[in-house]
Every structure is written in structure tokens, then in C-alpha cells.
Design a protein around this ligand. Sequence first.
Ligand code: ZN
Length: 103
Amino acid sequence: MGYLRIKCYYCGGTWEVYHRDLHNRYKKARECPHCFQKIDEQTWEKQIFPAYNALDDANRELFKDHLGHHVPLFEVSYESNTIFKNAKNWPSYSDDDDSSDIE
Ligand SMILES: [Zn+2]
């Protein structure tokens, strides 16, 4: 259904993590495919994976409501707003795509 998009501020690359990747290639999924930096394993397991599942479940539920109760269909996704953008030591490499690339 949905996927996670992860932005790596080390190299400026992004990658997508699909549900099947979380199961089949679990270790690779948290690794940047461009520069091979890894997201901390504990952060991945305790924060990112549950957040993904929660939104995935939410969308499944919205879809069920739509089918079962004929209510309008809604879909929720999350786009990071780069919380630390204004921090003093924010890296200078580009982050020009944070506003308008919704698929
Ligand atoms: Zn990277």
C-alpha cells in the first residue's frame, strides 16, 4: 500500500521503503543506498517501523470504512517539514524538494 520515503542528509539522497522491504530486506531497508549510512537500529525498530505500521493501518481502516459504509475515501501520508532546517549547523547541501514532490 504505502511506502516510506527517507531523506539522507549525509549525501542528499532519498530512498523508498516498501512494506515487503521491511520484512524481506529488513537490514538493508534502513541503509541509505547511495552512501550506505545507516539509520540507528533501535530508532528504526522503536520509532520508524511502528510509525509506518500505524499509518498503514490507519489507511487500511479508512479504506474499509469507504467500502463498508460508503463514506468518502481518505488517505493519510506524512511529509517531513525538516524540523531542524533553521539550526545553526544545518548542513548546506540542498534540500530543494521538501515542498512539492507528492506522488
Ligand atoms: Zn546517503
